[in-house]
Write a new protein. Structure first.
Length: 329
């Protein structure tokens, strides 16, 4: 018995340790999510070759995107939050799989993305976001937050003018389609999760780059003191030193007008350091006073109401009836 018990202990010690469950790392979460999303959206089997995860500024993030990638806005309650980028290889694979049912061994020639390409590619992004939003590991679900697929950007320039400035977490996945040497890539860019909050910082907390660029755009204003209309013959008769009277016009009548003639502001004409200048002024408020029309006569007391005087009696009209009466005598 002692020998059997000792042998049993030795056998148990010699057994290999059970395999530990793989840790739920962010990279593994991205790998599984993109594989499931590709099958769900297009029936496209793929293998993830690599996952790159880094945080960078908006300009650096956009500069790192490859030429020809189709950019799709990722919107939230406060507007555009980030973007998704699909390279031409992945876009072509999605289209081939959904239209022909299989992939060609050779990659097609690159071409600009079209609205039809976006319609066939966006379901992959939507399924990928939905899978990641339900993930509980690595804070990925909080990072995705309420981001949803939006419109297609015309290019990196439009994305730079639309997206809020700040830091972005860029996740790029390189995938293999298992046909020839064809490979593709998909990237997600969203603001990183702020410490102590469940979701990424809303877009409203950062300045809107498009709005800032719009406010910095030049605007042409025309200062108009008076408009004088003359015939062509009168204008041709103008002479040097001639004085044109401007009746009723003062230096306070100046208007600043936009290119369409609309009034932008009112001002006063003057000078500063020897140059013509305009001082913006608030137009004075006009005061309204009550005027009694046909008030009470002198005999009325202070409490008498203001009533208009009675209209005088009209003289009797001489109509056809009077003319028809016979004359007396």
């Amino acid at each position: 018995m002692t020998g059997a018990a000792g042998q049993s202990v030795i056998e148990r010690m010699a057994r290999p340790a059970p395999e530990a469950e793989p840790a739920e790392t962010p990279a593994r979460t991205f790998r599984l999510a993109i594989a499931r999303a590709a099958m769900e959206a297009a029936g496209l089997p793929l293998t993830v070759l690599g996952v790159a995860d880094e945080v960078m500024a908006l300009d650096d993030m956009l500069a790192g995107l490859s030429e020809g990638e189709m950019l799709v806005a990722l919107g939230g309650p406060g507007g555009a939050l980030g973007l998704a980028a699909i390279d031409p290889e992945l876009r072509a694979a999605l289209i081939e799989r959904q239209t022909m049912g299989c992939l060609s061994p050779d990659a097609p020639e690159p071409r600009p993305a079209t609205a039809a390409d976006a319609a066939l590619s966006v379901p992959l992004i939507a399924a990928f976001l939905a899978d990641l939003a339900g993930s509980a590991g690595g804070g990925i679900g909080a990072w995705i937050g309420s981001a949803r697929v939006g419109r297609r950007f015309g290019g990196a320039t439009e994305a730079a003018l639309t997206l809020p400035d700040g830091a972005y977490r860029l996740v790029r996945l390189t995938v293999d389609f298992g046909v020839g040497e064809r490979q593709g890539a998909l990237a997600l860019a969203l603001p990183p999760v702020v410490e102590g909050t469940a979701d990424a910082a809303p877009a409203g907390t950062r300045p809107d780059r498009f709005g800032a660029t719009l406010l910095d755009a030049p605007v042409a204003l025309t200062a108009v003191l008076h408009r004088l209309y003359r015939t062509l013959s009168e204008v041709e008769a103008f002479e040097v030193g001639q004085v044109l009277p401007l009746p009723g016009v003062t230096v306070s009548d100046l208007r600043l007008e936009a290119v369409d003639g609309s009034l932008a502001a009112r001002g006063r004409l003057g000078q500063s350091t020897g140059l013509r200048a305009v001082r913006i002024e608030v137009p004075p408020q006009r005061e309204m006073t009550e005027v009694s029309v046909g008030g009470p006569g002198p005999e009325a007391g202070p409490e008498a109401p203001d009533t208009p005087p009675a209209l005088p009696d009209m003289p009797a009209e001489t109509g056809a009836d009077e003319a028809a009466e016979p004359a007396e005598g």
